[in-house]
Design a protein around this ligand. Structure first.
Ligand code: MN
Length: 267
């Protein structure tokens, strides 16, 4: 995969600021040619992350409020709403229906609803959405509040049913796929059936493991190879589909992919 021969892959959902040395991971994304969309779990982390990557065109930072943290950080919602006016990328947001977070589910729904309304109002926003054990509610809220011309929703690590995936597609959603999803036979079938023009890759680094180590954004390269195998297409074909999709997502967010000049500066 390449733009100007330099882009080698896309990580549409990772948490670089949760690595022990974020700066080295940001730098290596640039030197490896991995365009990464790094999440924040609280909007309070967004300014620092943005400052870190100011000189690095390979990294885009999303402002978010992780559904697992809504119970303790509900008050951060106001800051998030303000930042959505500035940040074209929003994540990690969504709903978590696991029993552990059941107590905050009402607040989570309120936050997710407000995020969608804020993004919809300003437009040209790309969201990376968590939907564990809450796929149906997430899709219901998207159907009700999102005009896909104004907000592009990426379902991160989707584990819902084929019929839910179908509804999400009809609502305009994209799917970011990680290597852990590809390890399951059931997921493989669902992923094989998704249209090529809605597929993206991700790692959820550092929360996923590869060979007993924490995954890194450049692991999307092996995910892309596996994705091509599962879909019975060539690696070249898979790469060009993923590149076209990434171009669409970035232009939707009025953001640029790295230029050749920047790539040269890192070589
Ligand atoms: Mn995540």
């Amino acid at each position: 995969m390449s733009v100007n021969g330099r882009i080698r892959g896309f990580d549409f959902h990772c948490h670089i600021d949760l690595h022990p040395k974020p700066a080295t991971v940001f730098d290596r994304c640039a030197s490896e040619g991995i365009v990464s969309l790094t999440m924040t779990t609280t909007p309070k982390a967004w300014p620092q992350n943005s400052a870190w990557v100011k000189q690095n065109d390979f990294i885009h930072v999303a402002t978010g409020l992780h559904p697992e943290l809504v119970g303790e950080r509900y008050a951060d919602m106001e800051l998030l709403e303000t930042q959505i006016n500035e940040s074209h990328f929003v994540g990690e947001v969504g709903l978590d229906g696991s029993s552990k977070y059941q107590k905050s589910y009402g607040e989570q729904q309120d936050v997710f609803h407000r995020v969608l309304v804020a993004a919809q109002e300003v437009g040209a926003r790309v969201l990376s959405i968590h939907s564990r054990r809450a796929e149906r509610d997430v899709i219901n809220i998207i159907e009700k509040h999102v005009d896909p011309q104004r907000v592009l929703c990426i379902l991160h690590w989707f584990s819902g049913s084929p019929s839910e995936a179908q509804r999400a597609l009809e609502a305009g959603c994209y799917f970011s796929i990680n290597h852990t999803m590809l390890a399951s036979d059931g997921r493989q079938k669902l992923i094989r059936d998704l249209p090529a023009n809605r597929l993206l890759t991700e790692t959820d680094s550092p929360f996923t493991l590869i060979d007993n180590r924490k995954s890194m954004p450049w692991d999307v390269i092996t995910t892309t190879t596996k994705l091509a195998e599962i879909r019975l297409i060539s690696q070249t074909h898979m790469n060009s589909a993923l590149l076209a999709n990434a171009r669409h997502v970035f232009s939707f967010a009025q953001s640029k992919l790295p230029s050749i000049d920047l790539a040269d500066a890192h070589s």
